[in-house]
Design a protein around this ligand. Structure first.
Ligand code: DC
Length: 223
């Protein structure tokens, strides 16, 4: 039997969202991009001038606004009070703000509760940093997807190049190392591999290979 909850965690740039979306499509599961939820809170904080470490202000933003996710061909569509903000949340300044916002314990507990509610309704593939450890600790299939910092930097640099931006790959790699350090050492739900998660290193794997590996794991064919 295929696992009804598939948890995919790992550092930035490991390819989690691309792979998670493909796995969800093939299995007919709902894909939930939890990073998009932290980004939506960060966007609200920027728009409404709330400090990124103001637990009370951030909590009020989550309570007073309707943040929802909808399946979309490109992954997840993110709505704030019914308005599609899927593009806005991908801006670099929103990504930068999402990092301190996601370190606030009160923000995490509200978003984790929303994520658990979504996963209770139907089979899901959920990606993030704390899915196997905190959000879905009982998931039957847990994957920790990673890749070397150089490979992740190269992938990120290619994305930026495609958007017409100039990039210094060494600088991109340094930023990735700093972000890994911040995500892994924060007090609230640091990024770490769950004890029962399977490590998949995608440094030398193509997307299709990673997708097949995760589906095999979800179907219990772990050899
Ligand atoms: O995966 P991403 O870049 O969209 O995530 C945005 C930020 O949210 C990033 O700083 C990590 C954080 N995050 C988190 O702390 N827990 C999650 N489950 C998902 C993302």
């Amino acid at each position: 039997m295929t696992a009804a909850q598939i948890a995919i965690d790992g550092p930035a740039g490991a390819g989690k969202s691309t792979v998670a979306k493909l796995v969800a499509d093939r299995l007919g599961y709902l894909y939930i991009d939890t990073g998009a939820m932290y980004r939506a809170v960060a966007l609200l904080a920027i728009e409404q001038g709330v400090a990124f470490d103001d637990a009370e202000g951030l909590t009020a933003l989550i309570r007073d606004n309707d943040i929802s996710l909808e399946p979309a061909p490109s992954g997840c569509r993110v709505l704030i009070n019914g308005k599609d903000v899927s593009r806005d949340i991908r801006l670099p300044e929103v990504g930068n703000a999402a990092s301190p916002v996601s370190a606030v314990a009160e923000v995490r507990s509200l978003l984790v509760a929303m994520q658990q509610e979504l996963a209770a309704r139907r089979p899901v593939v959920m990606d993030g940093r704390d899915i196997g450890t905190v959000v879905l600790p009982d998931a039957a299939c847990k994957v920790f997807l990673t890749a070397s910092t150089r490979v992740r930097a190269r992938r990120r640099a290619n994305e930026l190049l495609q958007k017409g931006m100039t990039v210094d790959i060494d600088q991109v790699e340094r930023e990735i190392i700093e972000r890994d350090e911040r995500d892994s050492t924060r007090a609230a739900s640091p990024l770490r591999q769950a004890e029962d998660a399977v490590l998949v290193d995608s440094s030398d794997m193509g997307i299709e290979e990673v997708v097949c590996r995760i589906i095999e794991l979800a179907e219990g064919q772990t050899s």
